[in-house]
Design a protein around this ligand. Structure first.
Ligand SMILES: NC(=O)c1ccc[n+]([C@@H]2O[C@H](COP(=O)([O-])OP(=O)(O)OC[C@H]3O[C@@H](n4cnc5c(N)ncnc54)[C@H](OP(=O)(O)O)[C@@H]3O)[C@@H](O)[C@H]2O)c1
Length: 403
């Protein structure tokens, strides 16, 4: 991989206020937090479009409040329910089906696209936004895991720019500002809370339930990312995300467990300095940073008080007990398509675990098996081939789960 630190490209245009937003995944945890930032600053934003999945009730509530002209949902049943919930006199266009999100991502009326669908379903909409030259606030890390090379190429061709919503990558973005140049950066250090099972042993992990895995100690998030945090796969996906965003090899991206989730990541420079970003664990901070960049806006929320926060502690991750982190790094090193198999197997395994059909420790087992089955795709393959590989891994992982 070409080594460079991609910060804020010189071609990035100024974006005046009020900014026109398209929010994909508006009914999820990130989407709800983003709309709460918008509600705090109604003068700074117009909501042009909202994309939900199947939660018609929540999308209808959001639409009533923000009045976008365009809505997108996953299927006809949700669209039907949604139409019944919208008030008389308000008739937005409603697009239906997976391709609808790509239309929203590329719509001319939106300057800024928040990509916050969960999982691989976010890839094509993110790619569409990149091709359309949008400013992209990226929460959907799986997009970069699947097709980071294609998304970066699309951004370079169209002038699209990506601002990272993920708190760790947003922290890195801020700690890298003013230091544009690979020769100054020694390594990136992603912090990890360690999740709900930090310090437990294999016997404990063998019998943990979905409810325990969903009970994250510091962050309130959607179900899939909560389980990913419990297995440390979230950190593995984030290592790949950081490599794509900042163009560094995986050997220069380290992970440090920090149970208090106050230090959101660090950049180590060649002179030995480490610059960190600190704040309370609340996604509205990185979301607002991305939506308003480079402006900073007031956020009505509790502030970090280091005197009352007490000790900040750090430790190395346990990659033996939590092998998903190592599997992700190995997948990224293996080929540019192994991360597709990693991600697809993980999504299937997490869903089966949440349904109570497999055990927690089956998750890394199924991912490892998928990686060993995967045959690397050619470097120059397109989105269709990546999506075919994703679908094949899903079928094989489902079959392997019940062998
Ligand atoms: N939550 C966090 O704090 C956090 C932090 C950093 C990064 N992220 C990343 O942000 C993304 C979203 O996470 P989240 O926690 O907000 O997830 P979430 O709460 O589960 O929300 C997911 C959103 O995606 C929609 N969706 C689900 N499947 C879809 C599909 N096939 N097509 C279109 N839309 C679909 C859901 O719609 P319905 O609910 O209406 O069905 C919902 O709006 C993930 O990639 C995650 O890794 C999240």
């Amino acid at each position: 991989m070409k080594t460079y630190i991609s910060l804020w490209p010189a071609y990035a245009p100024q974006l005046p206020f009020p900014r026109s937003l398209a929010i994909l995944g508006s009914t999820g945890s990130i989407g709800v937090n983003a709309l709460s930032v918008v509600a705090q600053h109604p003068d700074l934003f117009r909501v042009a479009a909202l994309g939900g999945g199947k939660n018609a009730a929540r999308l209808a509530e959001q639409a009533k409040l923000f009045r976008p002209g365009l809505l997108a949902v996953l299927n006809e049943a949700t669209a039907h329910e949604l139409r019944g919930l919208l008030p008389a006199g308000y008739a937005p266009e409603i697009l239906v089906g997976p391709a609808a999100y790509e239309t929203v991502a590329a719509m001319p009326e939106a300057d800024l696209v928040l990509s916050a669908i969960v999982g691989a379903a976010g890839f094509l909409p993110t790619l569409a936004a990149a091709k359309a030259g949008k400013r992209i606030a990226l929460a959907n890390k799986e997009s970069l895991v699947l097709g980071g090379r294609l998304i970066r190429a699309a951004c370079q061709a169209s002038g699209a720019v990506i601002l990272p919503v993920d708190s760790e990558h947003n922290a890195l973005f801020q700690a890298l500002c003013g230091h544009n140049g690979d020769e100054e950066v020694a390594r990136l250090i992603l912090t990890a809370s360690g999740g709900p099972f930090r310090g437990k042993d294999a016997a404990f992990l063998a019998s943990v339930t979905p409810a325990q895995a969903l009970n994250h100690p510091n962050w309130s998030m959607g179900a899939k990312i909560s389980v990913d945090s419990a297995t440390l796969m979230n950190k593995g996906l984030e290592v790949i995300e950081a490599c794509h965003l900042y163009g560094l090899p995986v050997a220069r991206v380290d992970v440090l467990v920090h149970p208090q989730s106050i230090v959101h990541s660090l950049v180590e420079y060649v002179d030995g300095s480490q610059l960190a970003h600190l704040g309370v664990p609340d996604m509205r901070i990185p979301i607002a940073h991305c939506l308003c960049y480079p402006r900073r806006v007031n956020l009505d929320m509790p502030r970090l008080n280091l005197a009352s926060a007490g000790s900040l502690t750090f430790e190395a991750p346990d990659e033996t007990l939590f092998p998903c982190l190592g599997l992700a790094k190995a997948a990224f090193a293996a080929s540019h398509s192994h991360p597709v198999a990693l991600n697809a197997a993980n999504e299937v395994a997490v869903e089966l675990f949440l349904q109570g059909r497999i055990k927690f420790l089956d998750i890394p087992r199924l991912i490892e098996a998928a990686l060993s089955r995967h045959a690397a795709l050619p470097e120059n393959c397109g989105a269709d081939e990546l999506i075919d590989a994703d679908a094949l891994t899903r079928r094989e992982t489902l079959a392997a789960a019940f062998d």
